[in-house]
Structure formats: structure tokens, C-alpha cells
Design a protein around this ligand. Sequence first.
Ligand SMILES: [Zn+2]
Length: 396
Amino acid sequence: MNVALHPVYAPPRRRSGPGGVAGLALMLALAVTPVNPAGAAPAERGPIVDVHVHTAPSQYGLLADVLASTGVTRFVNLSGGVAGFGLEKALAAAEPFEGRIAVCANVRWRSYTDPDFAAEQVALLERGAALGARCLKIPKALGLGVPDPDDESRYMAVDDARLDPIWAAAGRLGLPVFIHTGDPKAFFEPLGPENERMDELGVHPEWSFADPKYPRRAELLAARDRVVARHRGTTFIGVHFGNNPEDPDYVAKLLADNPNLYVDLAARLPEIGRHDPSKIRALFERFADRILFGTDLGFHRGGIMLGSVGRERPRLIDVFWYYAVHFRWLERADRSMQHPTPIQGRWRIDGIGLSPETLAKVYRLNALKLLWGEDGPGPTDAEALELATGLAGFLD
Ligand SMILES: [Zn+2]
């Protein structure tokens, strides 16, 4: 079959349909084909871990079922919250899923003026780890939003020495740090027809950091790199492909220089996929042990986010399409394919067709080792896939 003609590769346009449980069952049934672009059933592809998800405890059940139907048996919720401020709830809700949901703690940035800010955050992190948090997530607000308490006209630097105790504590507690620093290159360039991310910036002008009041992107990344180099005992995950998918040579050097650094793919296939696919494939093969599958799926009662947000709200079924495109890009060497986040730019990407060994690492083995301390998938993953097959075949 010529997969290039397969309807799944056009973004779903269906904007009305049945709701409720019957609707979900129908969507899952419809999803049987879309999730298998390479002809593999989820069980053949093997379980997948999505390390970059933002969701609320109330959505865990639905999301776990939906993701299992795509083959994703585990996910990491980066938006777990802070001990005493939501983290307990995020962890308690994950409990019944028998390890399928890992939860990251966050920093309470609003306390930045407290004289003992770092010490307080370390204490909160220790509590979070004791409660069961498996990681720490740092948002781009560090560098682009949290003021410097000494001079509020500036932003706190990503490598501000006052934060060092937090990075050291994460290392000591065995919590990998997902760190988001800066944003796409185009977000730092002037708004206007020349800006190739105008589709997105037109909807969200507040995402622009073109204003010189913001630190420049290269400065932000350099500060992040210094933190990673300074804390060798702490594992960092540079989210969004090290926040520099525009420059794969930079990412390769960063990974080569820092054995304590991983990167995830979240919301950056459109950028990574623009480069020479053989070069990207070589990068993946070289750093196969330190690249993690992640999507930046946002799943909340208020709406779904598929790597970005446009004017149109995605529907549940669009989630299946979103994952299918990721799988196709990683598994096949297809040329000029549509990327998973149309609003991020009007270009096409080239698939990288990874080897089965590298795919297994990127899809699950690296994440299982790093966040679960496990060597491979277990019975809960097998059960999740079995359940997914059952749901998908419900209306056959
Ligand atoms: Zn994210």
C-alpha cells in the first residue's frame, strides 16, 4: 500500500461526532489504522513511553487508555506540582496505574523573593521525592519570566549560583531534571511576514521574545549549558531536543560534552525533521542511549494540546494522528511528509527510519532506565497493550 496516500496523513478534519463513552469507543475503533503507519500493531512495535506530557490528575484514567491505544503504555506528567501545592494529589491519582504514570515535581517560583528560596525549594523537593515524585521539571520561566530578586528589571539567570543547591539536591535525590530553556529561534526574531513561525505567533503574540528586554536565546542556552556542566552528579533532560533543534551540530556537541545530559523530542519534530535525514539519523544512532521519545501532549479538561495550540481545538481522535506521525517519522525514511504540528510551520519533513535497536532505546529503554530504574517493559505494559487491543477491536 502506498502509505503516502493514506488518509491518516492529512490532519483530521472531522469536527463533529458522537461524544461520551460510545464516542470514545468509536474513536478507538477508527484509530486502529491511523496508529499503525508502518503496518505494525502496537503490540509488534512494543510498548512506548512518552516522557513529556502535561496533564491533570483527573485526566489520568482517560489519558492512560487513549495512549495505550496508540501503544504508549507509560507517560511522565511534567506538571505534577509542588509538595503541599498539588503534588500529593498528582501522585495519589497515579497510584492505581501501577507505575504507568511517573510524576515530576516542580519549583515554587512565586517564592523567588524569599531570602531562603533555594533552601525552601530543596526541602520541598526532598518532600516530593519522599512522596514518590520521580523527576523535577523546570519551565522556560527560568530565564524568561522569574525576576532577579536583587534587580526586578532583570530576569534571574538560568545559571544563577543561588539555584545551585536545587540542582545538587536533584542529583542527590536521584531526580532527573527536565529543563526547558529559551524557545524556538523564530520566537526571538521580529514579528512579521519574514518570521517563519508567524502562523503560531499570530495566534500567540505573547510567545514572542523579540523584545530586547528578554535575554538573547544564545545567552540562555549557554547559561543552561553551564549548569549542566557544573552539576555532573545531576542528570538533565534538555527538553525540546535541547531547545535547539534548529542546530543539530550544537545538540550533538552538547551531548558529546555532557554525559549527564539527555534530550527529548517533544514538540520539535517539525524542526528536527527539516534537516538532512541521514545526518539526523546518524545523530540518533550516535546518541541512541540519550534520546527520549516525548511529544508535549497537553491533556486537560479544558482542551488538548498537540505540541502547540492554534485557533482550532484538537479533538480526541487527533491525538491518534499526532502519535502516528511521530511513529512514521522515526520508523520510516519517507520523504516530504507532513509534520505533526501544522501550526509550527508550512514545510514538510523527512523521516529518519531508525534501526530497531535504536527505536527500542528511544521509544522505551532509555526512559524506563532513567525514570523507573527498570531494564525493560514489564507485565503492566503488556496488560496495557492487551487492553488497548481489546478496546480497538471493540466494534470490529
Ligand atoms: Zn512541555
